[in-house]
Design a protein around this ligand. Structure first.
Ligand code: A2P
Length: 288
């Protein structure tokens, strides 16, 4: 296990364009709620995760915050060693400062490490206003870094053109079968970190024949192979699990090294229709 006095190995930090860093392997919490979420986050911190990803829409900022507070009180971790992300939901683009304060209250935190616009929602056309507000919020000092999720090239360009401030990261759907090569190349050009959501394809990637075979070759589990592939591509990756053994299994993926041929074989699984969820160019539609 990659543990170093309770900290993840510093080599596993990824640098942002604002000078801050993020642990490359984080813990995703979508679909976790209540006590299950609380217990999962406690387990994640105890096995060594130092990066927790939540959002207003997940409805679990409160149990995430409670787990963080209790882990700190138990002396398992210091707040400065944790990286906590939350996100602005689509109905808050025109009042981001209030939404941000409400998220901090639910989390019970003085600051978060990253605040992201969750979707560009182009039909509403308010994401530039929201970005302008995130820049102001950052100026007040209660969020270290600001970024986005589910943005695509044109919407990223709009933010840069309007404000001159480029998001530190873009959290997007990315998994075997949907490796987002062109968006990753664009992020590299702009110095935006790529963060993968649904990194295990919601579990579907784990029965894919190529991945099962590479797992046998590497002496690892399919989930560890997929996480190691994300790490090799340079993605920040946030697998979700509600199961203590799998939470630990996924963290230990930091020790799995793949060959270039194995990495290329997984990337080559891209297929038409690889996207499993909403296309941010079209979703959500405006309610009539
Ligand atoms: P569970 O919570 O029961 O462990 P993603 O991160 O792509 O959204 O995938 C999450 C899904 O993958 C969940 O259904 C989760 O189930 C499952 N999962 C997470 N880690 C593992 C693992 N190591 N082995 C098998 N399934 C896993």
């Amino acid at each position: 296990m990659v543990l170093n006095g309770g900290m993840t190995n510093p080599s596993q930090l990824v640098s942002f364009n604002d000078g801050n860093t993020i642990p490359q392997l984080g813990f995703g919490t979508w679909k976790l709620s209540g006590d299950e979420c609380y217990n999962a986050v406690r387990t994640a911190i105890s096995v060594g995760y130092r990066h927790i990803d939540t959002a207003k829409i997940y409805g679990n900022e409160e149990p995430v915050g409670r787990a963080v507070a209790d882990a700190i009180a138990a002396g398992e971790v210091d707040r400065e060693d944790l990286f906590i992300t939350t996100k602005l939901w689509n109905d808050g683009h025109d009042h981001a400062p209030e939404e941000f304060e409400a998220s901090l209250d639910r989390l019970g935190l003085d600051y978060v490490d990253a605040y992201l616009i969750h979707w560009p929602f182009p039909a509403a056309g308010k994401y530039v206003k929201a970005w302008d507000d995130l820049i102001r919020i950052q100026g007040v000092g209660r969020v270290r870094s600001i970024g986005v999720a589910n943005f695509y090239e044109e919407t990223l360009d709009d933010l840069e053109k309007a404000t001159g401030v480029i998001p530190v990261m873009n959290q997007v759907e990315l998994h075997p079968g949907f490796s987002q090569a062109s968006l990753r190349a664009y992020h590299d050009e702009k110095d935006i970190v790529t963060e993968a959501w649904s990194p295990l394809g919601r579990g579907d990637s784990l029965t894919e024949q190529t991945i099962v075979q590479i797992a046998e070759e590497a002496g690892a589990t399919p989930a560890q192979v997929v996480i190691a592939w994300h790490v090799a591509l340079g993605n920040v990756v946030i697998p979700k699990s509600g199961n203590a053994k799998r939470i630990e299994e996924n963290f230990v993926a930091l020790d799995v090294a793949l060959t270039d041929a194995q990495i290329d074989a997984i990337t080559a699984l891209d297929a038409d229709g690889g996207r499993s969820y909403n296309d941010p160019r079209q979703w959500p539609e405006l309610e009539s």
